[in-house]
Unconditional design. Structure first.
Length: 185
């Protein structure tokens, strides 16, 4: 029998997962709040936090990838259907693409628009070395917004899958990414 602890993700993977998950949801809410702001000054301040948090998410994701490459992940539960395993792998790859692509796209769009990113007043993230092109910057911002909306729906799918595996399949689902709860062998 396999030790149930080995069926869980490592503590580092859990920390990266939950910190990034909270940051992504928070950042989505910041963007929504900026769109609903009463004036441009308020919207700009909120978007400043959104941009800074995006850079933090990018850094955390790089850290998470480095952690993942140096620490083995637990195998999928044996009860997982092959299509579910393929869907899970594909969704995780897409999450990493979005966790890197969305912040980079936002940073690129800001750079094309001639703007640096203030990181919560601690330091300034310089523009990328690109020539100013505000039209291209606006287009990338539009793609960024659409991709972010898709990301939120995919997060919902991920949550539903974890809940299904936990409560309907009984294979430990969400508890593989938590330090508590039962993860059957």
């Amino acid at each position: 029998m396999t030790d149930p602890v080995a069926r869980r993700y490592s503590t580092g993977a859990m920390l990266f997962h939950w910190v990034i998950a909270i940051a992504v949801i928070w950042n989505w809410r910041l963007a929504e709040n900026a769109h609903d702001a009463s004036d441009k000054l308020e919207a700009g301040a909120i978007m400043g936090d959104h941009k800074a948090l995006g850079i933090a998410i990018l850094a955390l994701t790089v850290g998470r990838l480095l952690w993942r490459w140096s620490h083995p992940t637990p195998p999928f539960p044996a009860t997982l259907a092959p299509w579910e395993a393929k869907l899970a792998r594909g969704l995780h790859i897409l999450f990493y693409v979005l966790l890197i692509g969305l912040p980079l796209g936002g940073w690129l769009a800001n750079s094309l628009s001639g703007r640096e990113i203030d990181f919560f007043g601690l330091f300034t993230v310089p523009s990328l070395p690109v020539e100013e092109n505000k039209d291209l910057g606006r287009t990338i911002f539009d793609v960024h917004g659409t991709a972010a909306s898709i990301f939120i729906y995919l997060i919902g799918l991920h949550i539903l899958g974890a809940l299904k595996h936990t409560f309907f399949d009984g294979n430990g689902g969400i508890f593989r990414m938590l330090p508590f709860g039962k993860v059957p062998n």
